[in-house]
Design a binder for this molecule. Structure first.
Ligand code: ZN
Length: 156
């Protein structure tokens, strides 16, 4: 178990475009394991490799239960509908904003065995997938939020 340091905005690493993974090997599996640990320790629902300083197309997302969806070289294949709601990011601590995302997404990526897997997600999962895939392009939700949320009650 290894918890990696989460890079925070405005570090320029977060603005780089990530390169695809050419081979899913033990090095990548170690990265995935560390990202799981880091995400849990930070109480997040998703984490992208650039957030831990690795400029590769690797993402982990909570499956809504106790597990993870590991996505290597992820692609969003199609989207449906729209949802507008609150979003935050482990790399943008203490802030939140309103972001419109698709309600449903069909997406695919390689799993930790290097097999191509296709998934469908809606609601929070659809939001998380879009958010994490944006990270791989150097984009943050604060670029597209329509409104920043200021919560006086929040103890940050
Ligand atoms: Zn994020």
């Amino acid at each position: 178990m290894a918890i990696r340091n989460i890079i925070e905005e405005p570090n320029e690493i977060l603005r780089k475009v990530c390169r695809p993974v050419l081979k899913v090997n033990d090095h990548i599996r170690q990265l995935l394991d560390d990202m799981h640990d880091t995400m849990i320790a930070a109480d997040g629902v998703g984490l992208a490799a650039p957030q831990v300083g690795v400029l590769r197309q690797v993402v982990v997302i909570s499956d809504g239960a106790d597990g993870f969806i590991d996505l290597i070289n992820p692609e969003i294949l199609s989207t449906e509908g729209e949802q507008t709601g609150e979003e935050g990011c482990l790399s943008v601590p203490g802030r939140a904003g309103i972001v419109t995302r698709p309600m449903k997404v069909t997406f695919r990526g390689l799993n930790r065995e290097g097999e191509m897997m296709t998934y469908e997600g809606e609601g929070l999962l659809a939001r998380a997938v879009c958010h994490e895939v944006d990270h791989l392009k150097g984009q943050l939700y604060i670029d597209i939020m329509t409104e920043e949320i200021f919560d006086d009650e929040e103890d940050q």
